[in-house]
Design a protein around this ligand. Structure first.
Ligand code: GDP
Ligand code: IMO
Ligand code: MG
Length: 429
């Protein structure tokens, strides 16, 4: 098993970017396979901080970085992000960066529609990132998307534009918006096309070559399993499958290529946007964790909701996603607490549940059952070996491992790349 698939095992923002960046120096290619620029992955390397939304985190180490077909791509955002990173000294060129030519595009109309729907929904809103992700995926499965390869054939776009406009103009009329300005859209696409096309290729072919040469591929998931369109807290989810199996379909490789599935798990729980959250803390304990963990969204700057570690949810997401081992991140944020709690089950209508039910109404009312453990006053921040961790932190990690029925492969103790404890090398498995 030479490949590693990294996925978020909670509601996103578990620290995937940091772990992918740490693993990237030992990989030959890093591939994003779903989501879009709704992701926000923060990498800290020495005195530099990189914030990536669309580009694979491998780009910072100069590792071949690939945007797979499962991603929805905003070409204008792509240009802005490439330019921002180049401004930070990162080299990005067709040798180290490729985009699947069958990737659907996010257009300005998608972003507009995302915003219009959220505003109209009022208190029932999903709390999306407003980046047009949902509408772009809808057009993909509705067979009316404009894709990267269309940028090389803009003179033949009319039939696709007919399909796109027929659908969107009706929706737009419902929001009192004018029809799509086809000429303007075509002009915008013509302007951005050369920038995107320099990176475009059938990436399945490149990945086939990489695989044949015995190289290691690192698949970088975005969001988390609880935001998965099928397995997440529907309808408060994102519009892609975030589970590990998507790595294959979203990049053009078979299901046997995903390798070691590394679930990234925060030592507590956070969520951005609306939807159920059984262990949410609405008190100063939650505020304290949020402040110490700097829990503000990378993409929208929104304050993240914070709660205790929920072992029921993570046991479920690890099972659903076939997680081989987890990376437990942000353990340092729990330093200095008198006690820490772990949710081990729920109460629903007088019954005890060992799983999270599917219906939104049940998800909203389950009551967490907690196990309380003593905290630790010593610091874990920056620890690079298990022996450096205080005894109670070790007990906490061991209890988490037991409850989620999945081994801990890595522990992360600060935002900094090298503040990482390796217990089981995912590339060696
Ligand atoms: P992602 O979306 O899963 O990549 O996670 P984000 O980057 O959105 O959020 C994770 C945040 O926690 C980032 O600001 C990271 O720099 C930071 N981080 C990652 N691992 C650790 C850790 O072990 N300890 C602390 N204190 N911060 C961490
Ligand atoms: P990373 O990769 C956390 C959430 C949004 C919203 C829901 C739907 O950084 O972990 P969307 O714009 O995708 O239609 O919004 O999903 N969301 C995330 N939450 N981390 C993310 O990505 C997220 N990407 C989307 O807040 O609740
Ligand atoms: Mg994030």
């Amino acid at each position: 098993m030479a490949n590693v698939t990294v996925i978020g095992a909670q509601w996103g923002d578990e620290g995937k970017g940091k772990i992918v960046d740490w693993l990237a120096s030992r990989a030959d290619a890093v591939v994003r396979f779903q989501g879009g620029h709704n992701a926000g992955h923060t990498l800290v390397v020495g005195d530099k901080t990189y914030k990536l939304s669309l580009l694979p985190s491998g780009i910072v180490t100069g590792t071949l970085s690939i945007v797979g077909n499962g991603v929805v791509l905003d070409p204008w955002h792509l240009k802005a992000e490439v330019e921002k990173l180049e401004g930070q000294g990162v080299e990005i060129n067709p040798d180290n960066f490729a985009i699947a030519d069958n990737c659907p595009l996010i257009l300005p109309i998608h972003r507009d529609l995302d915003g219009l729907r959220e505003t109209a929904a009022g208190s029932g809103k999903i709390g999306t990132t407003g980046r047009g992700i949902g509408p772009a995926y809808e057009d993909k499965v509705g067979r009316r998307a404009i894709r990267v390869c269309d940028l090389a054939h803009l003179d033949h776009l009319e039939p696709q534009l007919d399909r796109l406009c027929a659908h969107h103009d009706a929706l737009r009329a419902g929001f009192d918006q004018p029809p799509i300005d086809r000429e303007e859209l075509l002009a915008q696409l013509r302007e951005i096309a050369p920038f995107v096309l320099q990176f475009a290729q059938p990436v399945w072919k490149r990945l086939k070559k990489v695989r044949k040469a015995g190289a290691k591929i690192l698949f970088e998931g975005a969001q988390g399993v609880l935001l998965d369109i099928d397995h997440g807290t529907y309808p408060f989810v994102t519009s892609s499958n975030t589970v590990s199996g998507t790595a294959a379909a979203g990049s053009g490789l078979g299901p046997n290529s995903t390798g070691f599935v590394l679930g990234i798990v925060k030592a507590y729980t956070t969520r951005v946007g609306s939807g159920p959250f059984p262990t949410e803390l609405d008190d100063e304990v939650g505020e304290g964790i949020g402040e110490r963990g700097h829990e503000f969204g990378t993409v929208t700057g929104r304050q993240r909701r914070v709660g205790w570690f929920d072992a029921v949810l993570v046991r479920q997401t690890c099972a659903i996603s076939g997680v081989t081992g987890i990376a437990l991140t942000k353990i340092d944020v729990l330093d200095g607490m008198d006690e820490v709690k772990i949710c081990t089950g729920y109460r629903l209508n007088g019954k005890i549940m060992d799983y999270f039910p599917s219906h939104a109404a049940d998800q909203a009312v389950v009551e967490p059952i907690y196990e309380t453990m003593p905290g630790w006053s010593e610091s874990t921040a920056g620890a690079r070996s298990f022996a450096d961790l205080p005894a109670n932190a070790v007990k906490y990690i061991q209890r988490v491992q037991e409850l989620i029925e999945t081994p801990v492969a890595l522990v992360s103790t600060s935002p900094e790349r090298d503040d990482t404890i390796l217990m089981r090398d995912p590339f060696m498995d």
